[in-house]
Design a protein around this ligand. Structure first.
Ligand SMILES: [Zn+2]
Length: 202
């Protein structure tokens, strides 16, 4: 009996696993085998977790955070200082700052950074909504918590230029780490220090 390839779900599984960040074809094969060998203990719980996440987690229309609530708990927390706005590239960076417990203002998730290499242009990032929020919240300070990479700093300068006519204090994190450092990889203490020692952009 010849195996009917059309009905074999394995190629699709490998294809989709291979699209995950940091997962190449070889890792995709290893993960697929692990899942299929451990259906009860790994595959089914993962299916449930993925389904729940897909059903319940949404993007906060205000700041771009991911949460079961929209607007998210950060945006609706009355104790947060609404006049400080911290701009991050990704939700992972927001999480890094929240883990450090050193920031009590609001966030704005851009959804990436400008990149000539990857063809990311300003209209693909949430920059218009950032400017709109800054005006609406009467923001005192915008903190650009972008990675110390070329793309991160290009994005920081682009946003600083957009904010200049609004005459809002614009600062950026002071990274005590080599160029190329990413926020998500820093420990809580380093994130706190980078925030506390933030520098005015000119
Ligand atoms: Zn939010």
């Amino acid at each position: 009996v010849e195996l009917k390839q059309d009905n074999n779900p394995l190629p699709a599984l490998l294809k989709h696993l291979g699209k995950l960040p940091g997962v190449g074809p070889r890792s995709a094969r290893r993960i697929a085998l692990h899942l299929l060998k451990k259906k009860e203990s790994v595959l089914y719980p993962l299916l449930t977790a993925l389904d729940n996440a897909a059903q319940q987690i949404q993007t906060c229309a205000e700041c771009g955070n991911l949460d079961t609530y929209n607007p998210c708990p950060v945006c609706t927390d009355a104790k947060r200082q609404t006049q400080q706005l911290c701009v991050v590239a990704d939700v992972a960076d927001l999480w890094a700052l929240e883990r450090s417990s050193s920031f009590r203002g609001l966030y704005h998730v851009l959804g990436g950074t400008l990149s000539a290499m990857d063809g990311v242009t300003p209209d693909q990032l949430r920059i218009d909504t950032l400017l709109e929020r800054v005006v609406r919240h009467k923001t005192d300070e915008v903190i650009l918590a972008l990675n110390a990479t070329v793309d991160g700093q290009t994005t920081a300068h682009y946003i600083a230029e957009k904010l200049a006519p609004l005459q809002i204090k614009t600062t950026r994190l002071a990274f005590g780490i080599p160029l190329g450092g990413e926020l998500d990889y820093l420990d809580e203490g380093t994130v706190s220090t980078a925030l506390a020692a933030r520098q005015l952009m000119v």
